[in-house]
Design a binder for this molecule. Structure first.
Ligand SMILES: [Cu+2]
Length: 157
């Protein structure tokens, strides 16, 4: 009886202790806290195949704990040779840490999107943790909207 209650208490303690650990993960050195071995995704279709998003410029390697920018171009998913110059693009970057969708955490910066001559420049990117990051780009054009996910490995030492 007493032993069962101790075990329950232990489980409760472990659960309780793990909550702040997740919340503070951005500051912790985790086993995953090493340069990503995954490759950079150079291009990706939106999940509905409406658009193809290509990375046209990015620092190689991506700097660690430094601001950087990257350039994107959007193409017609049905005809990838057709560039779409007037697409509206929103971005969000984060780390999944094994999650199949969504982010375990985002960046500590707010990226800014600027479109000029059909090139989408995303500035204010900042990776504060080593490992694979995901850039979600939401593209809107011609009444269609789609989200493409690009994998960005972090980082240079
Ligand atoms: Cu992380």
């Amino acid at each position: 009886m007493h032993r069962a209650r101790s075990a329950l208490l232990l489980v409760a303690l472990i659960l309780f202790a793990s909550v702040p650990a997740v919340a503070q993960m951005g500051d912790m050195k985790m086993p995953m806290d090493k340069p990503a071995s995954t490759a950079l995704t150079r291009q990706a279709y939106t999940t509905n195949r409406a658009f193809l998003v290509k990375i046209v410029s990015i620092p190689n390697p991506i700097p660690y704990e430094k601001y950087f920018k990257l350039g994107l171009e959007v193409y017609d998913g049905g005809d990838p040779s057709k560039k779409i110059s007037d697409a509206q693009v929103k971005v969000a970057a984060g780390m999944r840490h094994g999650m199949s969708s969504g982010f375990m955490h985002g960046m500590q910066s707010t990226p800014k999107v600027d479109v000029q001559n059909g090139v989408v420049t995303v500035s204010g990117m900042y990776f504060h943790m080593q490992g694979p990051w995901t850039l979600a780009t939401t593209v809107t054009s011609g009444g269609k909207e789609g989200v493409a996910y690009l994998q960005l490995p972090c980082c240079a030492q």
